[in-house]
Design a protein around this ligand. Sequence first.
Ligand code: ACO
Length: 362
Amino acid sequence: MIHKGLKGIVCTETKISMIDGEQGQLVYRGYDAKALAKDCSFEEVAYLLWYGELPTERQLDHIKGQFKSSRQLPNYMKHIIEQLPESLDMLDVLRSVISTVELSSFDEPRVKDAIKITTLVPGIIAYRLHIVSGKLFPEIRDDLDHVAYYYYMVTGQEPKLEHVRALETYMILTMEHGLNASTFSARVTVSTKSDLASAITSAIGTMKGPLHGGAPTGVLELLNEAVQTHDIRSMIQEKVQQGEKLMGFGHRVYKTMDPRAIALKDVLQQNKQDDDWFDLALIVEEIAISVLEELKPGRGLYTNVEYYAAAVMNELEIDANLFTATFTASRVVGWSAHVMEQLSDNVIFRPKAEYVGPVFNH
Ligand code: ACO
């Protein structure tokens, strides 16, 4: 039997996260991810994913210090960014530049290197924005925690507390998600005993596709189309009948509402002012779920995290071309945790394919 896309195949054990697709539950190392997103900082949850337990106050101070001291973008990275063609998008840039990170050890991926990669991402994005659109490259600061620093670097704006909390919720909820396509890529790469930078580079390439991390941009397009039509239901029906996938709906594992989408929706509802865009997202969600129930009954198609990610980022005025890059900025934590776990009990990934081509008889 062939399992295309390895659907339903269990090929490793993990202690990093547990996803219950039927109940719509996501657990990071024994803790409910939604509760962590509400109560903890990015650095605390990153520590949990990397080390397996929440940090003490001292450990948290220490790791925050490590984040802050790794922010300087090396000159050689700036030169690479300056040389890259303008036509490349932000994920292409991240994939190219992260592949050149100097690691402290080739043999053994270390948290220190995972921190370095995580903290370089905002600087790479900001420098690229500076080169292609002439935006001021913000001065590197060490008075901000990671998410505030990310927001400041990519928008150039002074981070407001409510913006940081909304973005932090999103970034914690998207830090880790089991053996999704990009995490699988990272594990496959490092299973050959390759290194952390190569594994993250593979993962970024996998993240880029519209069926995975590229979905929020498609959500924005869907909502823009909805604004321009008089009949949202017919527009959605037509798409589904033509076999189009509605971006922000459906999930390989969740057959109920994605818990991350629920948590993000809550954040948006709490911070809601006069937000026509969020109201539109709610209307389109309701119509789309009803159309999917009608045309694709029994498939369990609901909104996934990417649907409300688009709404959160729109609210924070993060440009649409940075949606997938922002997802990458958080998922890099999960990727590196998996790389370390893979190497702690490594077996090289090497599945088989059934040959169905011609056979030559000599
Ligand atoms: N819109 C319309 N129909 C859909 C959708 C959708 N978004 N998702 C699944 N379906 C339908 C399929 O057409 C298929 O119908 P069929 O049984 O008539 O053939 C059925 O539901 C099963 O779908 P599959 O594609 O087989 O499900 P799979 O688990 O392979 O795909 C995926 C999951 C890739 C996420 C899919 O739902 C999709 O493409 N969604 C849109 C893209 C998206 O939002 N991606 C972000 C996912 S979250 C993340 O990566 C962080």
